[in-house]
Design a binder for this molecule. Structure first.
Ligand SMILES: [Zn+2]
Length: 310
């Protein structure tokens, strides 16, 4: 893997600098038995992308993994209609989001890494059948998840497959941390044990666990730290968002910070537009224009780029 680094979007591979301002963690489509309501309204997704674009938004990464209603073929149409680059994900969330029968099938064949690689290099499956036709666009990232202050057998299995798929493709790995916890354990497994370079790890939801010491430890290891909020579902930690970013920038880690809206249900906002309309001017004031530009443009363009094979 030594080719030029590009970002794998649903419309093809693009130069990292082409992304523009990025919502580095969000969902246009998402379905789970444990979420209050599915995100599955294509008109709403179109409105979200248009509003984001009209504020200067250039790209959005949808962290919806395999078999959670990600509708990959519709992402292509939406990206084409709005001009916003969209990055789709493969990967697997916590076990609670899935039909046990589907997980049993994936376990029996032990083909999870192969599924991830195929979705990254050939195309995503349209529905929830891992052996279904790969009619969707290629995924540009792998989404995995930890548990609350821990990793369980399922999440270790998924992360091991994700690491194998990373080593085969160079794909970035985005991690859901439950309430922002267990990020040090995740880094220890994916980087320490499984050898994924920290620059390919996008540690999500750290805004939900505003512990400055943990943030500094993760940043010192070289990983990306994603602050994907505010959101109605996790509003208790919103007041720490800007302070956490400022502290990390002050400590010399401005080049490792990512921002996202992480909309998980209809009306769960404030959503992608909030990032540019409200948060960006605040960050320009608090961190300065150069750091704000890094958070919205330079960092995600680097974090999502990979030396894709072939
Ligand atoms: Zn998410």
């Amino acid at each position: 893997m030594s080719g030029p680094r590009t970002v794998r979007t649903v419309l093809g591979d693009v130069e990292p600098a082409a992304l523009g301002a990025v919502d580095a963690h969000d969902h246009l489509f998402l379905r789970s038995p444990v979420l209050p309501a599915p995100l599955d309204d294509e008109d709403a997704a179109l409105d979200t992308l248009r509003a984001f674009r009209d504020l200067g938004g250039g790209a959005l990464a949808q962290w919806t993994p395999f078999a959670m209603g990600r509708r990959p073929e519709r992402l292509t149409a939406l990206s084409r209609a709005t001009g916003v680059h969209v990055i789709a994900a493969t990967g697997l969330h916590q076990a609670v989001h899935y039909d046990p029968e589907l997980l049993g099938r994936l376990r029996r064949g032990d083909t999870l890494a192969e599924l991830f690689v195929a979705e990254l290099t050939e195309g995503t499956v349209a529905g929830d059948d891992p052996d279904g036709a790969r009619t969707g666009p290629r995924a540009g990232m792998i989404k995995v998840a930890g548990m609350f202050h821990a990793l369980d057998d399922h999440t270790r299995w998924v992360m091991t497959a994700a690491a194998r798929a990373h080593h085969a493709t160079g794909a970035p790995i985005g991690i859901h941390h439950e309430s922002g916890t267990a990020a040090v354990d995740v880094l220890g497994l994916l980087h320490g044990e499984l050898g994924v370079p920290p620059g390919s790890l996008l540690l999500g939801h750290l805004n939900r666990f505003p512990d400055p010491g943990v943030h500094r430890e993760l940043a010192a290891a070289g990983a990306y730290l994603a602050f994907d909020g505010p959101s109605r579902a996790h509003s208790a930690t919103d007041p720490w968002l800007v302070g956490s970013l400022a502290a990390l920038a002050e400590a010399g880690h401005a080049s490792q910070l990512l921002l996202g809206a992480d909309t998980t249900a209809p009306g769960a906002g404030p959503g992608a537009s909030y990032l540019l309309r409200t948060l960006r001017p605040r960050l320009v004031r608090e961190l300065g224009p150069a750091a704000a530009d890094a958070l919205f443009r330079t960092n995600p363009s680097r974090a999502f780029s990979a030396p894709w094979p072939g």
